[in-house]
Each structure stands twice: as C-alpha cells, then as structure tokens.
Design a protein around this ligand. Structure first.
Ligand code: GRF
Length: 216
C-alpha cells in the first residue's frame, strides 16, 4: 500500500506529533510522516522525530524578512520531502493566505476548543472564564484566518467543577491525541471532501470512531 506522505509542523512540545508518529507506526495506517519542521530550534518535539528516525529540520521564521519568504522556505522543504498533506501540530505561526490557498484542503490544524468558539491563544483560561459546561478540541482544514476552516472532527470534554486551566488542558490533550490521527487517516485515505464549507467523510463515521463521549 502506498502511503501518503505528510509534513508535520511544530513549535513546541510535540505531543500531538508523537500521537501521529505512534499511529503511523501501524502497518495499515494510510499516512507516513516524511518530514517534521519546527520554527524553533528548542522545540521538544524534535526529539520525537529524531527518536523515530524521521527527517526533521528547523526553519526559524526570524531568519526571514517577511511571511512570504518564510512560507516559501517551508514549502520548498515540504515539496522536497514529497509531502501531499501538512499537519499543524502546535505550530504557532500563521501561514500566509497564498500558502493556505495553494494547499487548500490539504492542511490540517488542531485547536484545543470546540471551534468556532475560543479561537486563538489562552484557550482554556477563556473557556473557564466563560463558564461553559463543555469544551473540547477540533481538527479542521486550514483557511487564511486563524483557527478557521471546515471542521473534520471534534472531541468533547466536560468542564468539571473547580477545574483549573492546566488540568483541563491535560484532559483536552488526551482527546486531541485520539482525534488528530483519526482525521489524518481519513484525509490520507481520500475520504474527505469539502462542500459548502462542510467536510464530508466518505463512508460515514462509525460511532465507535468518534471520541465524543462526554464521560471520556
Ligand atoms: C495543543 O493543545 C494544540 O491543540 C495546540 O497547541 C498545543 C500543542 O501541543 N494547537 P503539543 O505541542 O502537540 O504537545
């Protein structure tokens, strides 16, 4: 089986990258991580790539005059690795619109909220301040606006009484690690299409595939 090559872009810890690496270790997983790019040399996630023997490179945005030249360097590395899909796994730079549009419906991003609620940073603090009863995480196709684009999958997490941002983040992260590999598998097997801004999963989604059980 030819596996779809994927580039994973990170900026930090890389726990979602690790979840993707672990999923791709299965012989029947439809995607292969061909390249990891970090915009920060000190990103802990680079160790996961190194340990797994995955090609990895640091492309520091500070070394570029503007967003377009940074994006071009990213793209050159991605194309050179033969990647057809891109996963943003805690990548803290906004991609330019030309880049996003060129790779439309081929870039997946994970965000720790139930989008379109709570786009942006300090998500869990804002979730707690708003007093919502449920939060979660979303994998979506990227559009030029931050944390915007057609939703592929979401996982729901209840907000417990006396929750603090760190504990909530950890419980959401555990669900992130389940939904991101699933979304990538769907994308790599060609099951996803976008119509009228909505993602259609060919063949539907089995209930047991969907980690949306609030008791989880
Ligand atoms: C995750 O919460 C992800 O949703 C957000 O940034 C965090 C990255 O964590 N975009 P990690 O680097 O994957 O551990």
């Amino acid at each position: 089986m030819a596996r779809v090559k994927v580039a994973v872009l990170i900026s930090g810890r890389g726990s979602n990258l690790k979840a993707l690496i672990d999923a791709a270790a299965a012989a029947d997983y439809p995607a292969e991580i061909a390249l990891v790019i970090s915009n920060r040399a000190d990103a802990g996630g680079l160790d996961y790539a190194r340990d797994a023997g995955i090609r990895h490179v640091v492309i520091n945005h500070r070394g570029f005059a503007d967003r377009d030249s940074f994006d071009s360097a990213l793209e050159a590395a991605i194309v050179d690795a033969g990647a057809d899909l891109i996963c943003l796994a805690g990548f803290m730079r906004l991609l330019g619109s030309a880049f996003s549009l060129r790779w439309q419906d081929r870039i997946l991003n994970i965000h720790p909220s139930l989008l379109p609620a709570f786009r942006g940073l300090d998500t869990h603090e804002r979730v707690l301040a708003a007093g919502v009863r449920f939060t979660g995480c979303t994998v979506h196709f990227v559009r030029p606006e931050m944390d915007d684009g057609p939703i592929i999958i979401q996982g729901v997490v209840p907000v417990l009484p006396d929750e603090d941002p760190e504990r909530l983040a950890a419980r959401v992260l555990a669900v992130e690690h389940r939904i991101f590999p699933l979304a990538l598998a769907w994308a790599a097997s060609g099951r996803l299409s976008v119509r009228d801004g909505r993602v259609i999963v060919a063949g539907g989604t089995a209930p047991e595939e969907m980690p949306i059980n609030p008791a989880a």
